[in-house]
Design a protein around this ligand. Structure first.
Ligand code: 5GP
Ligand code: MN
Length: 343
């Protein structure tokens, strides 16, 4: 609680603030950032949200979206703002590598750094750390921080919508094991703020382009591979596939869940060829830790049941590598399968 007292003291007078989050922000990353942005603005600060890269258009409805600065597209301005900032909030990531080139910039910045996150195994680069791996979303921590700072009265519908989006998506619409009593209590408070939960669900999930849906069909019909003996399924997508379906940022989000939904599958992967490297996205059922798996084999990390990583091999060799490392986990995967089925 000492941390909260000192942070409140720092935020007592108007400050130049930068809020940043991980590359290719999802609804929790952007929702947390824009909730924080709106709150700090109301408190009389001068906050700017800088994302390392762009993000899916289905997040564009959030209050403050028009003022978000994308680092890749505004390197000069972003650099200036980070250097001049008095406080930098780092949300929904805990390793500087996750903000690409901005990592060095933030590391060397003179600002007071505040890390708010729920991922496993953080790097300790910040002055204040609000880190809770049990939190269902970073947005939960943002809500609790605002309350903890004694600023409940600053919460409003717009802030509530951003927080709701983060919690809804990171809990898989309230079905992941992280969905605890606290989550539902917070959602009840957000309903008190007149957040239209049905509208937010539609804005995020019923906002597909035709090409995204056709791409999903293609991926499931032609690219999904099920390795029954290994309790695994994967989908490998090339750059050419992405081009063919005019794939936009966010169009591959959620794909991995279809592979995981197959009966008998305990680990699922989506492996995507990107211009600079191959990106992997993992999901698991039960106690099988894809965080450890991604950390050990693919320079990544995340959560127990949702993690990501990358590979510098080409797409084909990355798939080969994935299939080579899997057999060592066969027994563990089988045990989790048995547990799921209670066999
Ligand atoms: P997704 O598969 O949705 O991209 O990511 C799943 C989870 O793993 C998210 O919480 C995300 O922040 C984390 N994650 C994704 N890629 C990486 C990575 O390369 N490194 C680390 N440490 N975490 C990642
Ligand atoms: Mn998150």
């Amino acid at each position: 609680m000492q941390d909260l007292v000192s942070l409140r003291e720092i935020l007592r007078t108007p400050k130049k603030i930068v809020i940043t989050t991980h590359a290719k922000p999802d609804a929790d990353a952007l929702g947390s950032s824009l909730a924080m942005w709106a709150y700090l603005k109301k408190k009389g600060h001068d906050p700017k949200v800088i994302t390392p890269t762009d993000y899916p258009t289905f997040l564009n409805w959030m209050n403050g979206n028009d003022e978000v600065i994308v680092y890749e597209e505004n390197v000069e301005l972003s650099t200036k703002l980070v250097k001049e900032a008095e406080v930098i909030f780092c949300l929904d990531f805990s390793a500087l590598g996750r903000i690409n080139e901005m990592g060095e910039l933030v590391k060397n910045a003179t600002a007071t750094k505040v890390l708010i996150d729920h991922h496993l195994e953080p790097e300790y680069f910040a002055d204040f750390v609000f880190w809770d791996i049990k939190a269902a979303a970073t947005a939960v921590l943002i809500y609790k921080l605002i309350i903890g700072l004694g600023d409940r009265e600053y919460l409003d519908t717009c802030i509530g919508e951003c927080i709701y989006a983060g919690i809804m998506t990171d809990t898989g619409s309230f079905r992941h094991p992280s969905t605890n009593k606290e989550v539902h209590m917070i959602i009840a408070e957000l309903l008190n703020l007149a957040v239209d939960v049905s509208r937010i669900h539609r804005l995020i999930y019923d906002n597909n382009s035709e090409s995204k849906l056709r791409f999903l069909g293609f991926a499931l019909l032609e690219k999904l591979v099920v390795e029954r003996d290994l309790y695994a399924a994967y989908i490998a997508i090339s750059e050419a596939d992405l081009k063919r379906f005019d794939s936009q940022t966010g169009d591959t989000e959620g794909l991995v869940n279809y592979a995981l939904s197959i009966d008998g599958v305990v680990i699922a992967a989506v492996i995507i060829e990107r211009p600079d490297s191959v990106k992997l996205s993992f999901r698991s059922k039960g106690d099988f830790s894809v965080n450890e798996f991604a950390r050990r084999h693919f320079e990544g990390g995340g959560h127990l049941n949702a993690a990501g990583g990358k590979s510098n091999l080409n797409l084909e060799d990355t798939v080969k590598n994935f299939l080579e490392v899997l057999p060592a986990y066969k027994e563990q995967l089988y045990q989790n399968y048995k547990l799921e089925k209670s066999l």
